[in-house]
Design a protein around this ligand. Structure first.
Ligand SMILES: Cc1ncc(COP(=O)(O)O)c(C=O)c1O
Length: 385
């Protein structure tokens, strides 16, 4: 039996390919976006206690009330608005699920969805599976800021939604207040929804604030904010995240979530509810990652690569086009095999696989590991031979 594929163009993601290659080659894995260090032992202890004490059955479909309430409170502390935890906050199995459910809730056949690229790879399949049409708008080539004229030109009568992502993967660009205001102005007179991927909300540098689109008075009514506890607390394997959206949007969102996963892992929800009661646990994250960003940027200066230090997320993009014109995929492969440092070619984040000779490193690793990788990257010239 051979099913007719709904996603015939989709193969194994580059993240899986590069991580496997890194393991096979014994390379330092700066490719896939996951931390190379453990979570806070306090959080681990909480999970252990809740599993041992019988919190192991289905949770309510929308998440346990305690976690929804403390997440709403966190939103008030960090973004200045308090979503209603009863009917505007839903706990899901990772931001990937939140994005999928949000897209499925609103997209009908033929609807256009604007995707700013380079873009995270889960957006397009979610749109395509719902018979929507992704309309790609390139970000500015040098700093990956948004070209608002291009977004404006892409908006038409069939535009149903815009997918946004700040802090941005892969570039680390963090939206400014002006970016958010411009988007609000552009969609003001329309019925366009916003699906805002904010998984790196707590990872911004140099005192740059993160502006959640849900916090904007004129955007709130149309926005699904998708977040990830996995990214924030160094536990990506737990696959737990959330969606914050106004009541009518949440109602439709939950209709989908109810039949995608129904609910998400119970003891971890209880543990996170308790853990989030101390705001410093998330307010300290930017400084924690800024140290790593600085170590990586300092070391990268000693290599031949060109780059601008990342503004947010745990990624650093670097350019090698002035050194060689080999494809970014080939470079990533050779870097993994010969220098024993794995990275991600940025072309994979483009629908057209446009190759601007850029690679992405994940610096969510122990400093010793980053130092060792940087030492190896000093031998970059060996790759051009
Ligand atoms: C931009 C972006 N969105 C969403 C996700 C997925 O988040 P989660 O693991 O919570 O599903 C990732 C993970 O790499 C990401 O980089």
């Amino acid at each position: 039996m051979q099913p007719v594929s709904k996603l015939p163009h989709i193969g194994t993601t580059i993240f899986t390919i590069m991580s496997k290659m890194a393991t096979d080659e014994g390379a330092i894995n700066l490719s896939q976006g996951f931390p190379g260090f453990g979570a806070d032992p306090v959080l681990l202890e909480l999970v252990a206690n809740y599993t041992k004490n019988g919190f192991n059955q289905y949770s309510p479909m929308s998440g346990i009330p305690g976690l929804r309430a403390v997440l709403a409170e966190k939103t008030k502390i960090t973004q200045g608005y308090l979503p209603n935890s009863e009917d505007e906050v839903t706990i899901v199995s990772g931001a990937t699920e939140a994005i999928f459910c949000a897209v499925t809730a609103i997209i009908e056949e033929g609807d256009e969805v604007i995707v700013l690229e380079p873009a995270y790879d889960s957006y397009e399949p979610a749109i395509t599976l719902n018979k929507g049409i992704p309309i790609y708008v390139p970000l500015n080539p040098f700093d990956f800021s948004v070209d608002w004229d291009k977004v404006k030109d892409a908006i038409g009568p069939k535009t149903k939604a815009i997918m946004t992502n700040s802090p941005h993967n892969p570039s680390g660009y963090v939206w400014t207040k002006e970016d958010v205001d411009t988007l609000a102005e552009l969609v003001q007179e329309t019925r366009i929804y916003i699906i805002s991927d904010e998984v790196y909300e707590h990872i911004t540098f140099d005192n740059r604030p993160h502006f959640s689109l849900g916090a904007h008075q004129d955007l709130r009514d149309r926005t699904f904010v998708c977040g990830s506890f996995g990214k924030t607390f160094h536990v990506t394997g737990w696959k737990i995240g959330y969606c914050i959206a106004p009541k009518p949007l949440t109602l439709e969102f939950r209709r989908i979530h109810q039949y995608v996963t129904f609910s998400t892992v119970t003891p971890i929800q209880f543990a996170l509810a308790e853990y989030l009661e101390v705001p410093d646990r998330y307010l300290s994250i930017p400084a924690f990652y800024e140290r790593k960003r600085n170590v990586f940027a300092e070391g990268l200066k000693q290599t031949e690569l060109e780059f601008v230090p990342s503004q947010g997320s745990f990624f650093q993009v670097a350019r090698y086009g002035h050194l060689s014109k080999i494809s970014d995929r080939l470079l990533a492969e050779r870097m993994t095999k010969e220098l024993k440092v794995a990275c991600i070619p940025v072309s994979v984040f483009y629908s057209t696989k446009k190759d601007d000779h850029l690679i992405r490193f994940c610096f969510a690793k122990e400093e010793s590991e980053l130092q060792e990788a940087l030492e190896r990257l000093k031998n970059l010239q060996n790759l051009w031979l």
